[in-house]
Design a protein around this ligand. Structure first.
Ligand code: FES
Length: 152
């Protein structure tokens, strides 16, 4: 009475695979506008008209009162650092370090500082105060109208 019935279970049945290909692609484009720093290993020179960043001409950056005297403020979205080396004198520089194109992150003790390798640039003219960068920060034209500072 040996009943050796082979009742193999149906194994891996190729049951209905529901391939859901509905990938919501809504909103991806909106997320791309925030970061404007070129991370490519391109040989584009930061000086000149390389206006990476997204700052628009005439765009108001700040009020003059927002910029500390003897210091400055970084507007990463607009790709510009605004400094006030001496009272009432405002300057604009690109926020991209000339060494390896990191965005600068701090203005402190009279210099604009890059966090990547420690380069420092003068708040007066963007010149190199501390390497490894060998080229100063390029100027970004700004205008002051009343108490408002804008990209020129
Ligand atoms: S990228 Fe700024 S110091 Fe190297």
């Amino acid at each position: 009475m040996t009943a050796s019935q082979e009742t193999a279970p149906l194994g891996p049945t190729p049951s209905r695979r529901s391939v859901v290909a509905a990938v919501g692609a809504v909103g991806i484009a909106a997320a791309l506008t925030a970061c404007g720093s070129g991370s490519d290993d391109d040989t584009s020179t930061p000086a000149g008209d390389a206006s990476s960043g997204g700052g628009e001409k005439g765009q108001e950056l700040a009020k003059t009162a927002d910029i500390p005297e003897g210091g400055g403020k970084i507007f990463a979205d607009a790709g510009v650092v605004v400094t006030q080396p001496t009272k009432g004198q405002f300057k604009g520089f690109t926020n991209i370090c000339t060494h390896k194109q990191c965005p600068v992150t701090k203005v402190e003790d009279g210099t604009i500082n890059c966090p990547c390798h420690g380069s420092k640039f003068s708040i007066e003219d963007g010149s190199v105060k501390h390497g490894p960068a060998t080229q100063g920060l390029g100027e970004k034209k700004i205008t002051t109208s009343g108490d408002s500072i804008s990209l020129a």
